[in-house]
Design a protein around this ligand. Structure first.
Ligand code: PRP
Length: 220
């Protein structure tokens, strides 16, 4: 018997929207998955051929790119930040919508970008940040943080941040304003390319199931 497929899904906000989508695809995690006190990281599902791992969004991309998980759900921000050649992203799941943006303190936000040659930016996205500024002829020095980027300007770590913005509430609560949108973000189904070839009989129907589940949501 072939080993079950491992589906990697992110902790955090996408999860709430991903679970109804999984249900439409016919995948229901075991009860322990919903137990907030559980320290388990790997879960069985109603389908004996599929198990789920719940990891950080950036790690979804890493697990799938290395073939440790064959399929996953992750934001397009993460797909583009890593740019892994082994990661195939065949379906836009139309959930987890937000944007990756530059933000600055309210009182400093009107500086003319054209006059700048260098910026210092606190971010979890050094690759996308450098690429964005490079396209404008500006060299970006990135200070890598893993969360709470919004603290950086007030504590003098960097004047700018590049982070995800959804409602804008976190920026507002920290005295920041969004000055440039780098990209619109939504969750993608990602598949390991080698696994997609080797286990096509298992993965192709699953990918099609997700594709149809997006259509169902659109029609609702
Ligand atoms: C994300 C992001 C912002 C916030 C934006 O963090 O990093 O901090 O959401 O959302 P808003 O515009 O609706 O306020 P999240 O809470 O997902 O946790 P994280 O810091 O672990 O990424």
């Amino acid at each position: 018997m072939t080993r079950p497929l491992t589906l990697a899904i992110p902790k955090g906000r996408i999860l709430d929207e991903a679970l109804p989508m999984l249900a439409r695809v016919g995948i229901e995690p075991e009860a322990e998955f919903h137990d907030k006190k559980s320290r388990a990281l790997r879960f069985a599902t109603n389908r004996p051929d599929i198990s789920i791992i719940r990891v950080r969004a950036f790690d979804v991309a890493t697990f799938v790119a290395h073939g440790a998980a064959q399929i996953g759900i992750v934001g397009s921000d993460v797909v583009e930040e890593f740019d892994y050649s082994e990661l195939y992203a065949p379906v836009d799941l139309d959930i987890g919508h937000c944007r990756l943006s530059v933000a600055e303190p309210v009182d400093l936000a009107d500086e003319d970008e054209a006059a700048m040659s260098h910026v210092r930016v606190a971010t979890k996205y050094p690759y996308l940040t450098r690429r964005y500024y490079e396209a404008r002829g500006i060299q970006a020095e990135c200070v890598k943080l893993n969360g709470a980027m919004e603290l950086a300007p007030s504590l003098g770590l960097s004047r700018r941040i590049v982070d995800l913005v959804s409602s804008g509430a976190t920026l507002k609560a920290n005295g920041l304003v969004e000055t440039h949108v780098i990209m619109q973000v939504s969750a993608r189904l990602v598949v390991n390319r080698a696994a997609y070839k080797m286990r096509s009989a298992d993965l192709t129907p699953l990918v099609e199931g997700f594709r149809k589940a997006v259509g169902v949501k659109d029609a609702a």
